[in-house]
Design a protein around this ligand. Structure first.
Ligand SMILES: Cc1ncc(COP(=O)(O)O)c(C=O)c1O
Length: 476
């Protein structure tokens, strides 16, 4: 029988906090009958968000053409969706049960290219798009290709979505963390980027790329046009490939804020030297189709022979799953005005986005009213990264700790807090240390995905728990 030491150490060392020990405990408590509110992961439909009718009707017809052939069942579907799917059956007669080309079905890639063109008003090339099983697989492919040995490193945000740290660990690369600026709406800070990259270079690390998440997870921040420009200029100075994680591009809530893609800003700057990998997904936005594992990556400024290696990499797993590819197709090509299904599509889309916006405000405002908790009302994505101000237990002298001791001490403090919150209230959130945080600060991340009335209840429960927890800490 194989033993733990027989496994690749990189797998053992990789950590993925959003499904870590707190979640395992939550599942255990749930199996014992405790009601758990899962706020640990951006999985909208698991938290009662309804799938868009349009996506499911189109998928049903696509997967089971018999429904279209039968008059009675076909009349159940809006005409535009039936027509659209008939057209797909004609253009792609082999159906969803067969492998596609490695990069994905050609006309889906064309539709994605058109989506980017009309979103950003820029030139696109369908032959630089690869359909992936969710954005995760695209990120995974790029990191695996860029990390040649254990000297290569990628700049990743702190706090970050742990896909980046975990995948870097898997491939034996170095993490070059850069702190996001909490006091400046979690934007990237040029001085921090410069300092951290120079420190890494001095240690003998070779920076090869930078990962940027916009809108941010876990911060909920939306990057400004100028901030993106600064990142592109910085990347050019150090010849870094950019990994732009844009899975939350539809989740921008304040009216005066706009999502800018890296592709658009780069194109406006006339930048032709820096390679850009942009990722998008069906999992987030207002679709929340996480289970369908659909997404794509679009690559810019890449030589033909290099891109061919990415196609080869994809071909090693044949292709991404076909239902996911078609959900991506439906995402980038929604019903047009005048279509029978258009009105319901808009109603559902706006309903979900307005609801998320309200929930971000309810959660943010509610938590800010609790003494010892503070949070920037999320501008985007699906998360709030809540700052915790906790007293120290008696006898602890933090002035004697160095940075790594302080990080370890804080990671225990935020994990203990989250574990106690779970055990006492059933609310499952993720400790800030799972995403990274400035030494000396404590956080937890929660989604604002549960239904509105549950969010209100959640805030009340957190308040009662927090008051009690702090009392116990002081008196212990
Ligand atoms: C920033 C970010 N990137 C990527 C992903 C993974 O998305 P997908 O389901 O498309 O793999 C997530 C999931 O939460 C995420 O938050």
């Amino acid at each position: 029988m194989i033993k733990i030491n027989d496994l690749n150490k990189n797998i053992i060392n990789a950590e993925y906090a959003v499904r870590g020990p707190i979640v395992i405990k939550a599942q255990e408590l749930e199996s014992q009958g405790k009601k758990i509110i899962y706020c640990n992961i951006g999985n909208p439909q698991a938290l009662k968000q309804k799938p868009l009718t349009y996506i499911r009707q189109a998928l049903a017809l696509l997967e089971y053409p018999e429904l279209l052939r039968n008059k009675e069942t076909s009349e159940h579907f809006p005409k535009d969706i039936a027509e659209r799917v008939k057209e797909i059956h004609k253009r792609y007669p082999i159906g969803t049960g067969a492998y596609s080309q490695s990069a994905g079905v050609p006309f889906i890639r064309e539709a994605i290219a058109e989506f980017i063109r009309s979103r950003d008003g820029i030139e696109t090339n369908k032959d630089r798009i690869i359909l992936t099983d969710g954005a995760s697989k695209g990120v995974h492919a790029v990191i695996s290709a860029l990390i040649k040995d254990n000297k290569d490193g990628i700049l990743i945000p702190i706090p970050q979505y742990p896909l980046y740290s975990a995948t870097l660990t898997l491939y034996g690369g170095q993490q070059i963390g850069y702190y996001l600026d909490e006091d400046n709406s979690w934007q990237l800070n040029e001085e921090i980027l410069n300092n951290n990259i120079e420190k890494a270079i001095k240690k003998g690390i070779k920076p090869v790329g930078i990962a940027v998440i916009n809108p941010g997870n876990p911060t909920g921040a939306v990057l400004s046009y100028d901030n993106i420009k600064m990142i592109i200029n910085f990347s050019k100075r150090y010849n870094l490939a950019i990994l732009a994680d844009e899975v939350y591009q539809e989740n921008v809530y304040p009216e005066d804020l706009e999502f800018y893609s890296f592709a658009k800003v780069m194109s406006d700057m006339g930048e032709k030297d820096i390679t850009l990998f942009s990722f998008h997904s069906v999992s987030k936005g207002f679709l929340g189709e996480c289970g369908h594992r659909g997404g794509y990556m679009e690559v810019r400024n890449i030589p033909e022979d290099v891109f061919a290696q990415f196609i080869k990499l994809q071909s090693i797993s044949l292709c991404s799953n076909l239902s996911g590819q078609f959900v991506t197709y439906f995402m980038v090509l929604p019903p047009a005005e005048g279509d029978e299904s258009h009105e319901l599509y808009i109603k559902e889309r706006d309903g979900i986005l307005n609801d998320l916006k309200k929930k971000a405000e309810i959660l943010g405002t509610g938590l800010n009213n609790i003494k010892g908790l503070s949070v920037r009302i999320p501008q985007g994505a699906m998360y709030a990264f809540v700052k915790l101000d906790l007293p120290h237990k008696k006898g602890v002298d933090i002035s004697k700790m160095d940075e790594s001791e302080r990080l370890e001490y804080d990671s225990k403090r935020d994990s203990d807090y989250c574990m106690a919150l779970l055990e006492e209230t059933g609310i499952c959130v993720v400790p800030g240390s799972g995403f990274g945080q400035l030494p000396g600060t404590l956080h937890f991340r929660t989604t604002f995905l549960p239904p509105k009335d549950e969010i209100e209840e959640l805030v009340k429960k957190i308040e009662l728990f927090h008051i009690d927890y702090v009392k116990k800490l002081i008196n212990e």
